[in-house]
Design a protein. Structure first.
Lengths: 284, 414
C-alpha cells in the first residue's frame, strides 16, 4: 500500500465521499429533521421540535397494522422466492452442464425488463377479463370471472415473488458455485448418499447465500409500493404506500419522514442482524 | 492368492483423448501399491474410477467377488484421501472424522471413541475441536487420513496426498504414512508423479504412461531391471545407449562390449546404463580390465555439484554424451578413461512398445541376463541396420530414444 502517496489516496477518496454526503447523509439528515417538525392547519411546515409524529405512529393502530401486513407479505414473498430460487440455483449450479450459461441468462433477463412492464403484465393476466380468467372460463373451470386474483394481497405477493425471485436466486447461486466440488466427492466417498450429502454438506455451506438472498427479497419487498399500487387494491396497501401518500396528496412530510426513519431503522437493524448471523455461519 | 482388487482392461476416453488404454492390474491384500506417472498419464482417472467418481468406457473392477464398477461411490468399500484434502469447512476436526461413521449409521455410542482413536493414530488428538481452516497443510493432511482410515476400508486410495506439502514435511509424512500402513494393515493404492516418493513408500510400483502400464514391479526391480527405455529414464537418471549388435558384440558408437543376449542376435538394441554404474579409471591404473568390465575414453564436458555426489557429463569421441555420477569433490577435466560392468548395461525395449512386445512373439530365446524380462524384442529400425520385423510402435518409440541419445558413429575404440 505504501506505493500510493497520501495525496493520491485523498484524491481517490473524494468521489465516494462526495457521493455518500450528497446522496445519503444530507437527505437522511433532512429527513431526520423533518420527522420532528409538523404541519400547520394552513399547510405550512412548522420548524418547531417535538416527538408528536412518533407519538402519532404509536397511537393510531393503522400504521402498526399496515406495517405488520407489509412484513407478513414480505416474509411470504421471501419464503416463496427462496422456495423457487434455491432449487433453481441448485439445479443450475450442479446439474445444468451444457446449457448452464443460457439458463443463467434466462433467469437474469427479467431483471433487465422494466418493473412497470412486469407489473402491468400481471395486471393483464390477473384482471377479471384477463388471461387467467379467460383461460379458466375457456376450459369451463369457472363460469364467472374470479375477482380475487387482482387487487388483493394475493396479487401483490404473486407479483413481488415474480419480481424478486431473481434477487434471491443470485446470492444462493453464487454460494453454491463456491462450494468446492471435491467436498461432494469426499462426502460420497465416506458413504453418504446424494440426499445426505445435500443436507450435510451442500445446504450448510449455502446458508450464507440463502441469508443474503432472503435479505434481498425481504427488504426490497418491504419497501415496495408499486406492486400494491398496480395490483394491490385497498386491501393490498403496504407501508410504503402510506409514506407515498403522506409525501404526496396528504401533504404531511413530517409524519412521512417519521415512518421512513422507523422503516430505515428496522431495515438497518435487520441487515446488522443478518450480517452477524452470516459471519457466524460462513467458513472460509 | 486371490487379489484384493482386480482391474481388468479398463478403458476411458474424454472426447478424442484416450486416457486409459486397457489397463489391467491386480492389487494384493495388505500391499502398498503406487501408480506412478507423469501428469496426463491417466493415473488420477484410474484412481477416480476405483473410487466411483468416473465410469470406465469398458473393463471391470472387482473386489473379491463384488463388482465395483457400476456401484455408486457411496456404496463402495474404499475411501479416498484427496489431493487437496477436501475437509468439510463447516465441521470441526472431530465431526469431519466422524462423518463416514455417521453416514454408515455406526452406533452413536461408539463413534467418538473410534474418532479419538483415529485422531490419536495421526497425532491430531489435541485438535479435535478445531476448525479445519485453522490447521496447516500437514495437519489437514493428517485429519484427511484419519477421516478415511476411521472407516476401516479394505482399500485406501491416496491421490497425490503429499504433493501440496513442502519438501521436509513431505519426507516426514512419507515415513509416517509407511509406518501407518504397516500398523493398520490396510491396502494402500497411492498415486503420485514423484518417483522418489514411489520408490520410498511402495511394495510395488505400477508405472503408467499415456494410459498404459509400462511395468509393474518392486521398486528395486523396476530400478535395476527396467523393461523399457521409458521406465529406465523415468525412474532415476539413466543413459540410453543405442547399440548395433552383431556376432555377440554390442557396439554403441565408440563403446563396445560383449553381448550374449541371443534375443539381439543382429540389429539395433537399446541399453540402459545408470550414471552410477560408470566409474572413472584412475590414471595410475595401467593393468588390463577384467573380462566383465567395459572401458572407454571420453572428454569431461561439465560437472554439476549435487551434494553427496556430482553429475558429470562426458562426451565420447563420436559425440555421444553420457551422464556419470562421481563422488562429490573429485574434480576432473579433459580426456579420461571410464569403465562399467557388463551386467550394468540393461537391455530395454523401446519406449511405448510394452503392449506390442507382450503380443508379438519374441524373435529369439529369452535373455539370460534379465530374468525379469520374459520376452525382450527390441528390434528397432535404423538407417544403417535394417531390421526384419518392425512394429509401428517400435518405429515411433525409436524416434524418442534417438532424440535422447545422439546417433552412434562407427568404429569401436576401447
Amino acid at each position: 500500500m505504501s506505493m500510493y502517496t497520501r495525496g493520491y489516496k485523498a484524491v481517490v477518496a473524494v468521489p465516494p465521499l462526495l457521493w455518500v454526503t450528497v446522496f445519503l447523509l444530507l437527505p437522511y439528515s433532512i429527513l431526520f429533521c423533518y420527522s420532528f417538525w409538523s404541519v400547520s392547519p394552513l399547510q405550512v411546515i412548522v420548524h418547531s421540535w417535538s416527538f408528536d409524529n412518533y407519538r402519532e405512529l404509536v397511537r393510531n393502530p393503522i400504521y402498526a397494522l399496515v406495517l405488520f401486513r407489509s412484513m407478513r407479505i414480505a416474509a411470504t414473498v421471501t419464503l416463496l422466492a427462496l422456495a423457487l430460487g434455491y432449487p433453481l440455483a441448485y439445479f443450475l449450479s450442479f446439474f445444468a452442464t451444457k446449457r448452464k450459461d443460457l439458463l443463467y441468462q434466462l433467469v437474469i433477463i427479467p431483471l433487465w425488463v422494466s418493473y412497470l412492464v412486469r407489473g402491468y403484465a400481471w395486471k393483464t393476466i390477473l384482471g377479471s377479463d384477463g388471461v387467467l380468467n379467460g383461460f379458466l372460463q375457456y376450459f369451463h373451470l369457472t363460469h364467472h370471472p374470479v375477482g380475487f386474483f387482482l387487487y388483493s394481497p394475493f396479487a401483490v405477493i404473486l407479483t413481488l415473488t415474480h419480481i424478486y425471485t431473481p434477487f434471491a436466486f443470485l446470492p444462493i447461486y453464487a454460494s453454491l458455485e463456491h462450494i468446492p466440488r471435491n467436498l461432494l466427492e469426499a462426502s460420497q466417498d465416506l458413504g453418504a448418499s446424494p440426499l445426505r450429502t445435500f443436507w450435510r454438506v451442500v445446504f450448510p455451506l449455502s446458508i450464507p447465500g440463502v441469508l443474503a438472498g432472503a435479505t434481498f427479497a425481504f427488504v426490497l419487498t418491504l419497501g415496495d409500493f408499486l406492486a400494491p399500487l398496480l395490483v394491490g387494491g385497498p386491501s393490498g396497501i403496504m407501508i410504503s404506500n402510506i409514506v407515498v401518500s403522506l409525501f404526496g396528496a396528504a401533504y404531511n412530510w413530517p409524519l412521512g419522514a417519521a415512518i421512513s426513519l422507523c422503516m430505515l431503522l428496522l431495515v438497518v437493524g435487520l441487515l446488522a442482524g443478518v450480517e452477524r448471523l452470516e459471519k457466524k455461519l460462513s467458513y472460509s | 492368492m486371490t487379489p484384493l482388487l482386480s482391474i481388468r482392461s479398463l478403458t476411458k476416453r474424454f472426447g478424442e483423448r484416450e486416457v486409459l488404454r486397457g489397463v489391467s492390474l491386480d492389487i494384493a491384500s495388505g500391499e502398498f501399491l503406487t501408480i506412478l506417472g507423469e501428469s496426463g498419464s491417466g493415473k488420477t482417472t484410474l484412481l477416480r474410477m476405483i473410487a466411483g467418481f468416473e465410469q470406465p468406457d469398458s473393463g471391470e473392477i472387482w473386489m473379491g467377488d463384488e463388482r465395483l464398477d457400476g456401484l455408486p461411490a457411496y456404496r463402495r468399500p474404499v475411501n479416498t484421501v484427496f489431493q487437496s484434502y477436501a475437509l468439510f469447512p463447516h465441521l470441526s476436526v472431530r465431526e469431519n472424522v466422524a462423518y463416514g461413521l455417521r453416514a454408515q449409521g455406526a452406533p452413536r455410542a461408539g463413534i467418538f471413541g473410534r474418532v479419538a482413536q483415529a485422531l490419536a493414530m495421526v497425532k491430531m488428538s489435541e485438535f479435535e475441536r478445531q476448525s479445519p481452516a485453522r490447521l496447516s497443510g500437514g495437519q489437514q493432511q493428517r485429519v484427511a487420513l484419519a477421516r478415511a482410515l476411521v472407516n476401516r476400508p479394505k482399500l485406501l486410495l491416496l491421490d497425490e496426498p503429499l504433493s501440496a506439502l513442502d519438501a521436509n514435511l513431505r519426507r516426514q509424512m512419507q515415513t509416517e504414512l509407511k509406518s501407518l500402513q504397516r500398523e493398520v494393515g490396510i491396502t494402500f493404492l497411492f498415486v503420485t508423479h514423484d518417483q522418489d516418493e514411489a520408490m520410498a513408500l511402495s511394495d510395488r510400483v505400477a508405472l503408467l504412461r499415456a494410459g498404459g502400464l509400462e511395468q509393474v514391479a518392486t521398486p528395486r526391480e523396476i530400478y535395476n531391471h527396467p523393461e523399457t527405455a521409458y521406465v529406465a529414464q523415468f525412474i532415476g537418471h539413466t543413459n540410453i545407449l543405442r547399440a548395433e549388435v552383431s556376432g555377440g558384440v554390442a557396439c554403441a558408437g565408440t563403446i563396445a562390449w560383449r553381448w550374449g543376449g541371443s534375443a539381439y542376435s543382429n540389429g539395433t538394441a537399446l541399453f540402459s546404463l545408470r550414471p552410477e554404474a560408470i566409474r572413472v579409471v584412475p590414471p595410475a591404473e595401467t593393468g588390463l580390465p577384467s573380462e566383465d568390465t567395459v572401458r572407454f575414453r571420453a572428454r569431461v564436458a561439465t560437472q554439476t555439484f549435487g551434494g553427496a555426489s556430482d553429475f558429470m557429463e562426458i562426451v565420447c569421441p563420436d559425440g555421444q554424451r553420457l551422464r556419470v555420477r562421481v563422488p562429490s569433490g573429485s574434480s576432473l577435466e579433459g580426456e579420461q578413461r571410464f569403465e562399467f560392468d557388463l551386467l550394468d548395461a540393461i537391455p530395454v525395449r523401446p519406449a511405448g512398445s510394452a503392449a506390442a512386445a507382450a503380443t508379438t512373439p519374441s524373435a529369439g530365446a529369452p535373455s539370460t541376463d534379465t530374468p525379469s524380462t520374459d520376452a525382450p524384442s527390441a528390434d528397432t529400425p535404423s538407417a544403417d541396420a535394417p531390421s526384419a520385423d518392425v512394429t509401428p510402435a517400435d518405429a515411433a518409440a525409436a524416434e524418442v530414444a534417438a532424440a535422447d541419445t545422439p546417433p552412434a558413429g562407427e568404429g569401436p575404440a576401447q
